[in-house]
Write a protein of this length. Structure first.
Length: 389
C-alpha cells in the first residue's frame, strides 16, 4: 500500500474515532445519568463553549404620516322649528261629589251656556246646562269648561269689521213671529245624569225678559238671563248674564248705538249686526223665524243663519239647516216635528239639533247638543208648558 493511501485511511479512522467519541460523550450526558434538577448537572469541562450573539434587525424606517385630511365644513345648524301654538286648555272636570248638595255646587260652577262647543274654539264654546243626578245618586257631573279663542280671532268692533280678512259677512235679517208669554219645563239628560230646567219667556211693550234655570234637590244650579228690546229683526238682546254658583257673573253687552258687543271681563269686542242673538234667545229666535214663514223655512233644505254671542267674549255666525219632518216624543205623546240642525263648522264646534213643534209656535219639543270630540250628548225634552199673563 502506498503512503498516500495509508495517510488517507488514518485520517478517515481518526475522523470516525472523533465522531464516535463525541457521540459517546453526548450519549453519556443525555442518557447515562438519572435525570436530576438542573442545578445538579455538572458543566462539561471538555466541551467547547460557543458564544452566540443575536442582534435585532434594524427597525424599518417609520412610514411617512398620511396626508392631513381636510376638515369637513360643518353644515349650518338647522333652524329650530317654531314651537306650535299651545292648545287651548282642556276643560277641567269638577270633582266627584258624594252628596246631592255638593253635586249641585259642582254643577253650578261648571254649567255651560246651552248652544256652545268645547274648549279650543271659544266662538263655538258651549255653556250648556249640566244634567244632574237625584239626591240619592252620588255621581260626578262632568261638564267642559270653554275658554275664549286667542284675541287674534276676534274682529274689530266696527260695522266694517265684517269685511276684515277671515270675518264672515253679516247674516241676513228675517221676519219673526214671536210666541206669547209662556213657561216651559224640560227634563235635562246627559248620559245617566239628569235634572230639570225651566225656560221663561215674557215679552211686552216692545221689551222682553227671558231666563233659563235648572235645579236639583231644590238647589239652583243654572241661571241664565237675557233682557232687551223687540225690533224689526225680532229679539234684540241688550244684556245677557250667566251666573254660576261661587263665581262672579259674566255678561255680554249688546251696545246697539255703538254697533258692538262688549263683555264684562275680556276687552275683546265684536261687531253687532242686526238680528244678533245670545245663546239663550237663539232658542226662541230660530222658532220665530220658521213660524213667520213656514212655507220657506218649514221644508227640507232651507237654511237660516244667525250671529250668536255667549258671555265669554265668543261670537260667530251659526248656520242652521232644515232636515225635514220627524216624529219624536212630546209631553202628550208623539209629535210630528220639524228637525233643524246646526252642523259643526270648526274642529271643536257643537252639533245642535232642534225638533220644532208646529203646534207650539215651532218652539223646541226636544233639543240635542253633541260635541265633535265625543262624549255624552246633552238632551232637553219638553215635559210641560203653560201660558203666562
Amino acid at each position: 500500500m502506498s503512503a498516500p493511501r495509508r495517510r488517507g485511511r488514518r485520517r478517515r479512522l481518526a475522523l470516525l474515532l472523533t465522531v464516535a467519541g463525541v457521540t459517546a460523550l453526548h450519549a453519556w450526558l443525555l442518557l447515562g445519568r438519572r435525570a436530576e434538577p438542573d442545578d445538579d448537572l455538572p458543566e462539561p469541562e471538555s466541551a467547547p463553549s460557543v458564544s452566540v450573539q443575536l442582534r435585532a434587525a434594524p427597525p424599518a424606517p417609520p412610514a411617512p404620516p398620511p396626508p392631513p385630511v381636510p376638515p369637513v365644513p360643518r353644515a349650518a345648524a338647522p333652524r329650530p322649528a317654531p314651537k306650535p301654538a299651545q292648545p287651548a286648555p282642556m276643560p277641567e272636570a269638577p270633582p266627584a261629589v258624594a252628596e246631592a248638595a255638593s253635586a249641585a255646587d259642582s254643577a253650578a260652577s261648571q254649567a255651560q251656556e246651552l248652544t256652545g262647543a268645547p274648549a279650543a274654539s271659544a266662538a263655538e264654546a258651549p255653556e250648556a246646562p249640566v244634567a244632574v243626578v237625584p239626591a240619592e245618586a252620588a255621581s260626578a257631573v262632568v261638564v267642559p269648561e270653554p275658554e275664549p279663542e286667542p284675541a287674534a280671532s276676534a274682529v274689530a268692533a266696527t260695522p266694517a269689521a265684517s269685511d276684515a280678512p277671515g270675518a264672515l259677512p253679516a247674516p241676513p235679517v228675517y221676519a219673526t213671529a214671536l210666541p206669547p208669554p209662556l213657561l216651559r219645563r224640560y227634563r235635562l239628560e246627559r248620559g245617566l245624569l239628569w235634572g230639570t230646567g225651566e225656560l221663561r219667556w215674557q215679552p211686552g211693550a216692545g221689551r222682553y225678559e227671558a231666563s233659563l234655570s235648572g235645579e236639583v234637590a231644590g238647589i239652583n244650579v243654572l241661571d241664565w238671563r237675557s233682557g232687551g228690546a223687540i225690533d224689526a229683526a225680532g229679539i234684540a238682546p241688550e244684556r245677557y248674564v250667566v251666573r254660576r254658583r261661587g263665581r262672579d257673573p259674566q255678561a255680554a253687552n249688546f251696545q246697539r248705538e255703538a254697533g258692538k258687543i262688549t263683555y264684562s271681563g275680556p276687552t275683546t269686542e265684536f261687531p253687532l249686526p242686526a238680528g244678533t242673538q245670545d245663546r239663550l234667545t237663539v232658542l226662541l229666535q230660530i222658532p220665530a223665524i220658521v213660524a213667520a214663514d213656514p212655507q220657506r223655512f218649514g221644508v227640507a233644505g232651507a237654511r237660516i243663519q244667525v250671529f250668536v254671542s255667549g258671555s265669554r267674549a265668543d261670537a260667530d255666525a251659526w248656520s242652521f239647516h232644515v232636515e225635514g219632518e220627524a216624529r219624536v216624543a212630546g209631553p202628550d205623546g208623539e209629535v210630528q216635528a220639524l228637525k233643524i240642525s246646526r252642523e259643526p263648522r270648526k274642529k271643536y264646534d257643537t252639533r245642535v239639533e232642534f225638533w220644532l213643534d208646529p203646534a207650539r209656535h215651532y218652539l223646541p219639543v226636544r233639543a240635542r247638543l253633541s260635541s265633535a270630540g265625543g262624549g255624552d250628548a246633552l238632551e232637553l225634552m219638553l215635559e210641560s208648558e203653560e201660558k203666562l199673563p
